[in-house]
Design a protein around this ligand. Structure first.
Ligand SMILES: *Cc1c(COP(=O)(O)O)cnc(C)c1O
Length: 373
């Protein structure tokens, strides 16, 4: 089945007790035992499992073409659980342009616990190969990356990981299963911040890990999810499922608008640089064409002489709210260097844009007015 159909049907059944078409929300934390001690539907306590979470996990597994999924209370909780599951003293390779919270977790939270970390430029596969050690257990990929929209060759990194007997995990938050399916390219695990495009309305925090195959590692992930309980509530699972139903349509529209906005900005005399994988000027445009169906709703633009000037331009925009996060229906913009602090790799005048569902002509006119004043 195609992604639009899966988004509407995966994990959705007509409720067997009431025939409700829209699924009920099961708030109960506990489930009654049968006289013989068994549980009628297999649920016993909601930290372990819950009907709404089970439906979401089934849906996520199908969307990514995986066999198992685990839902978490945030994308970061999902990342943390995978790093935790590796055990101490594992070596992990992450890209230098990964979401800064991912690097912060690996370095500051798991570093003291014994995690051995290498941060490399993954657009250079030779550098990835060189970073491999005898204790390498995981190579983490994020593509397109945050905030520079770098594109990493998923199949190329998978090959290096598997030759080293390591797992390859891909943060597919920006790609979404609409634009790229990393498990189909050989990756072992996909991670999502469902806070972004899957939820899609800037009103829930959530995360997920999806496995291509069952493994000892993923069983440890499930065990930490169950024992630690960093899980989404039934209502959040329900809202995520509701968001997913329109996700393919939203992401298609956002990709089309982002492409048009990127082209408009690239041709604008007041713009220094545009970072968008859909532009032929992007250094990895060819890889993006190979592994993505479209190029996503995120772009970055360098404008103004410095941080102050770029923020002044962002402040003049009327339709782009200056706020962090992404993937919602409203357009957002932020000066990334000021969010990430002194360790940032973002150029000082870089504005990261999450394109919403407004009409593209309104977005272009808004940018044009803000740039010209
Ligand atoms: C937001 C984000 C995360 C972290 O997810 P949270 O839900 O905020 O914890 C991780 N990776 C990427 C690419 C993100 O955009």
């Amino acid at each position: 089945m195609r992604i639009e159909t899966l988004a509407v049907h995966a994990g959705h059944d007509v409720d067997p007790t009431t025939a409700a078409v829209t699924p009920p929300i099961h708030m109960s934390t506990t489930f009654a035992r049968e006289p013989d001690g068994s549980y009628r539907a297999g649920y016993l306590y909601s930290r372990y499992s819950n009907p709404n979470r089970a439906a979401l996990e089934q849906c996520l597994a199908q969307l990514e073409g995986g066999t198992l999924a685990a839902a978490f209370s945030s994308g970061s909780a999902a990342t943390m659980t995978l790093l935790h599951a590796l055990g101490p003293l594992a070596h992990v390779i992450v890209p230098d342009d990964a979401y800064f919270g991912t690097i912060k977790l690996a370095r500051d939270v798991f570093g003291p616990w014994g995690l051995d970390l290498s941060i490399v430029d993954m657009t250079d596969l030779a550098a990835v190969e060189k970073a491999v050690q005898s204790n390498t257990r995981l190579i983490w990929v994020e593509t397109p990356s945050n905030p520079l929209l770098r594109v990493i060759d998923i199949a190329g990194v998978v090959d290096i990981a598997h030759r080293a007997d390591a797992f390859c995990a891909v943060d597919n938050t920006w790609g979404t299963p609409v634009l790229q399916r990393p498990l189909g390219r050989g990756a072992d695990i996909v991670m999502h911040s469902t806070t972004k495009y899957l939820g899609g309305h800037s009103d829930i925090l959530g995360g997920a890990l999806i496995a291509r195959d069952d493994s000892e590692l993923f069983q440890r992930v499930l065990s930490i999810q169950m024992s630690g309980g960093a899980v989404p509530s039934p209502f959040e699972c329900w809202l995520t499922m509701r968001g997913i139903r329109t996700m393919p349509l939203r992401v298609s529209a956002q990709s089309a608008s982002a492409m048009a906005l990127a082209q408009f900005l690239e041709a604008h005399p007041r713009v220094e640089a545009v970072h968008y994988p859909g532009l032929p000027s992007h250094p990895a445009h060819e890889i993006a064409c190979r592994q993505m169906t479209r190029f996503g709703g995120m772009l970055a633009v360098q404008v103004g002489a410095d941080r102050q000037e770029s923020i002044a331009i962002a402040s003049r925009l009327k339709l782009f709210t200056q706020a962090t996060s992404l993937g919602g229906t409203e357009s957002l913009i932020e000066n990334r260097a000021s969010v990430e602090g002194p360790t940032t790799r973002a150029p000082e005048n870089l504005l990261r844009v999450s394109v919403g569902l407004e009409h593209i002509e309104d977005l272009k006119e808004d940018f044009d007015a803000a740039l010209r004043r």
